[in-house]
Every structure is written in structure tokens, then in C-alpha cells.
Design a binder for this molecule. Structure first.
Ligand SMILES: Cc1cc2nc3c(=O)[nH]c(=O)nc-3n(C[C@H](O)[C@H](O)[C@H](O)COP(=O)(O)O)c2cc1C
Length: 168
């Protein structure tokens, strides 16, 4: 079976923690690398791609990476976000990520909350464009927590099973 890659962009460590939980959950030939490293997907059968929601969308680095995923490559997307679970903001960011990697084969998505420092929250809430989510983000202070990481583990195993058995 071909290699599985987990790649992520993470500014403050939340998405990295989720990426590591996904990595630990997987069997077989696997690798975990930050998106900053120049990554070849040639030998990779399945790639988990993670990013934080930023300004209602996908950070530039992740956007660029997603756009160069080859057609037909199997991907699973994950993100962390400050807004409440299931909120339009994280859903829309994942939908946008999928548009960027439109030719890839999506096996599934995962999202959980990720904390910001109070200082960052205070700073961002001063700008109108961020107000919608900064009002919700204070309650993300303990995330990603053990439950989030357990859910990321379950997500990774489900995707792996789908990939291994070709049931998609
Ligand atoms: C500049 C900036 C913009 C952000 N924009 C959003 C946003 O639009 N919606 C949201 O839910 N969270 C937003 N967040 C919160 C992050 O998505 C969240 O804290 C995430 O877990 C950070 O992940 P990281 O530690 O991997 O960088 C923003 C954070 C920063 C610093």
C-alpha cells in the first residue's frame, strides 16, 4: 500500500496537535510534515491536509498547496477554528478548500476548535471583519482538548479504512 502523508499549516500549534493525533492513529507507511517543506505527492496515495481558518477562509499557504494537489489524488481535509462548532465560518472555509483542490478525490473532512491568546483575541476583535467570530472565540480557550483529539483519531481511522478498502 502506498504512503500516507499528513501535512499541515499551523501558526500557533493547534492544527499541528490535530495533525499529530491523526498521524498517531494511522497504520502503515506514513509521514508527517509541515506545509512549508517542499513536498512531493508522487509516492503518496492519501494525503491529510490541515490548516487553521483565517479571516473566514483558508490561509494563503494552504490555498497554494491545495491548488497543486494532482487530479485524482485522495485527500482528507481538517481544520481548526476559533468560532463555534458547525458554524458557517468553518464550514465555508472547508468548502473553499475543496474548491481549491477541486480535482482531488475527497474522502472526508474534520474540524475542531482551536484557542487564541487573549491578546490576539483583543487585537482582532477591534477590526470589524473579525468581530463575527471573535465574539465566539473566547470559549475555545481549552481547545483542541482530549475529546477533539479523540475525534480526530476516529476520523483518521475512518478515512484510513475507506482508503484501504476502496469504499468511497
Ligand atoms: C489572524 C487570524 C484570523 C483568524 N480568523 C478566524 C476566522 O475567520 N474564523 C475562525 O473561526 N477562527 C479564526 N481564527 C482562529 C484560528 O482559526 C484558531 O485559533 C486556530 O486554531 C489556529 O490554529 P493554529 O494554532 O494551527 O495556527 C483566526 C486566527 C488568527 C490568528
Amino acid at each position: 500500500m502506498s504512503k500516507t502523508l499528513i501535512t499541515y499549516f499551523s501558526q500557533t500549534g493547534n492544527t499541528k496537535a490535530v495533525a499529530e493525533a491523526i498521524f498517531d492513529a494511522l497504520e502503515g507507511d506514513k509521514d508527517i510534515k509541515p506545509m512549508e517543506e517542499s513536498l512531493s505527492l508522487d509516492e503518496v496515495g492519501l494525503v491529510f491536509i490541515g490548516f487553521p481558518v483565517q479571516s473566514h477562509s483558508v490561509p494563503y499557504k494552504a490555498d497554494t498547496f491545495l491548488r497543486r494537489v494532482p487530479a485524482g489524488k485522495r485527500i482528507a481535509l481538517f481544520c481548526t477554528h476559533g468560532s463555534l462548532p458547525g458554524h458557517r465560518l468553518s464550514r465555508e472555509a472547508l468548502e473553499y478548500a475543496l474548491v481549491c483542490a477541486a480535482k482531488a478525490k475527497l474522502l472526508g473532512t474534520f474540524a475542531c476548535r482551536g484557542k487564541l491568546s487573549m491578546k490576539a483575541l483583543e487585537f482582532l476583535s477591534r477590526s470589524p471583519e473579525h468581530q463575527e467570530w471573535t465574539d465566539m472565540a473566547a470559549s475555545a480557550a481549552t481547545h483542541p482538548d482530549d475529546k477533539d483529539l479523540a475525534e480526530a483519531t476516529a476520523f483518521a481511522r475512518k478515512i484510513w479504512t475507506t482508503h484501504a478498502h476502496g469504499a468511497y
